[in-house]
Design a protein around this ligand. Sequence first.
Ligand SMILES: [Zn+2]
Length: 115
Amino acid sequence: MARTCTQSTIEKLDALGWFPNFPASPAWAVSAFWDAQHSRPMSYERERRMCLELGIAPPPPMIYAPACEDCGSVHTGRCNGIDNPVVIVKRQRPAKPAWVIEATANLAALLEARQ
Ligand SMILES: [Zn+2]
């Protein structure tokens, strides 16, 4: 089934009444307004542009994420059926090898000595 306008946007359109500023508005916006109120197919982007044209808040953006293979909900990674599975692990910065630390110190000492 094709996507249609969200219910919250339709309620905002109903509150506006008939298409505001009708003769001066672009035809695409009037067409989108009609389609929204008659459950015709409407993409998210078209709905967003129509809302901006009419000065009403567009619906929040849709972010598609795959469902978890274990529980079917949306979260980071797989949960293996464990509750509260979201774990954000910050990658550790690898330690510098000893020779890099020593070489950097030697270079700094040389630069200090030249001044
Ligand atoms: Zn899960």
